[in-house]
Design a protein around this ligand. Structure first.
Ligand code: NAP
Ligand code: 8YV
Length: 318
């Protein structure tokens, strides 16, 4: 293929590669910048990214003609957007198409965690039912207060789905929204008032470690922490310490501080329900995310305008 060179950072599906190959000359970068021939750095205008290492400042600086970075995922804390904006590089992401599955995963995690489904599953498989009798009782979500950290696209979908569970809903955002749920200016106050805290805020410096020891302690020994946002939002060592001694009741986690590594202490805790970052991981949603990531590149190439720019870049296309 003789089209413009497209740098691929991270995996893409066959469906995506087939469409991209009709337009671009695809080059993969399997192991960092050094794995990509230096003589081609100066001709790259298009980049696709799907990995947590992402596109740091060093990589942007090494590609002087870069014009667009298409991120596979709605969260773009893996891309140095500030440096990209300064260089006039458009950054795109894949919002909305994953709201439903990510919200479903948050609800599944919340129910599985409060109802002890994974430890009950282990209990029956270990043959303990006939010998030890009934498994320990779990806790209902009905009548509880669920605090949502990050009432945006996905957080709102979670709140909507929660409406059939008989729970009270509260939220913490920096800005109050016109919604019928109680807004808390301080996260720690919301944690004090709620039974279940669902984190679905973005990663990055403004949210790093905001679920800290004070927030965890405010949630308390009967509290449940659910995280489908980013691992960096939660102080992971503090979370583990609290789960170990029962200062926090339980946690359901889809995201971790240093993925794909998960601390062994967390793996051994029965009061933690763990998923390997699969909240958007259905075939249908991943296809929709892939279609949008490819649309952004092809539309930008053919019309000069991408489809779903991150907020920091929207002014570039007006
Ligand atoms: P969104 O629509 O931008 O919503 C994010 C919400 O977080 C906004 O309401 C925002 O409100 C709030 N927020 C941002 N910074 C905050 C801060 N410092 N303190 C308190 N609240 C803050 O984003 P979305 O589409 O719902 O996605 C949210 C995040 O979910 C993504 O960024 C990604 O990290 C994560 N995600 C994870 C998976 C997964 O597979 N586990 C899949 C998809 C998305 P204010 O601006 O008013 O504060
Ligand atoms: C991942 C996500 O992008 O959209 C996001 O922000 O975290 C997920 O959908 C997906 O796992 C691809 O890496």
């Amino acid at each position: 293929m003789s089209g413009p060179l497209l740098l691929m950072i991270g995996p893409a599906s066959e469906r995506m590669l087939d469409r991209l190959a009709e337009v671009f000359d695809i080059r993969h970068m399997p192991g960092g910048l050094e794995s990509f021939p230096a003589e081609e750095w100066s001709i790259v205008e298009y980049a696709y990214v799907n990995c947590h290492g992402g596109v740091p400042e060093k990589l942007i600086r090494a590609l002087p003609r870069l014009r667009i970075i298409s991120n596979y995922g709605v969260g773009y804390d893996n891309v140095d957007v500030e440096t990209a904006v300064k260089r006039g590089i458009v950054v795109t992401h894949t919002p909305d198409v994953l709201n439903d599955d990510v919200a479903n995963t948050a609800i599944l995690l919340m129910l599985a965690t409060s109802r002890n489904f994974l430890s009950d599953n282990a209990y029956i498989r270990a043959g303990r039912w006939p010998t030890e009798g009934e498994a320990p009782l779990s806790s209902a979500v009905r009548g509880k207060t669920v605090g949502i950290l990050g009432l945006g696209r996905i957080g709102s979908a979670i709140a909507q789905k929660l409406s059939v569970f008989g729970v009270e809903i509260a939220y913490h955002n920096r800005r109050q929204r016109d919604v019928p749920y109680r807004h808390y200016r301080e996260l720690v106050e919301m944690a004090r008032d709620c039974d279940i805290l669902v984190c679905v805020a973005p990663g990055g410096e403004t949210t790093r470690g905001i679920v800290n020891r004070s927030v965890i302690d405010a949630l308390g020994p009967n509290g449940i922490l659910i995280n489908v946002g980013r691992g960096s939002i939660v102080d992971e060592p503090e979370l583990i310490a609290a789960l170990k001694v029962g200062r926090l009741g339980k946690a359901g986690l889809d995201v971790f501080a240093n993925e794909p590594e998960v601390p062994s202490e967390l793996l051994s805790l029965e009061n933690a329900t763990l998923l390997p970052h699969v909240a958007s991981g259905t075939k249908e949603t991943r296809d929709a995310m892939g279609d949008l990531a490819v649309d952004n590149l092809i539309r930008f190439h053919t019309t000069g305008k991408a489809v779903t720019l991150v907020p920091e870049c929207r002014a570039m296309q007006n």
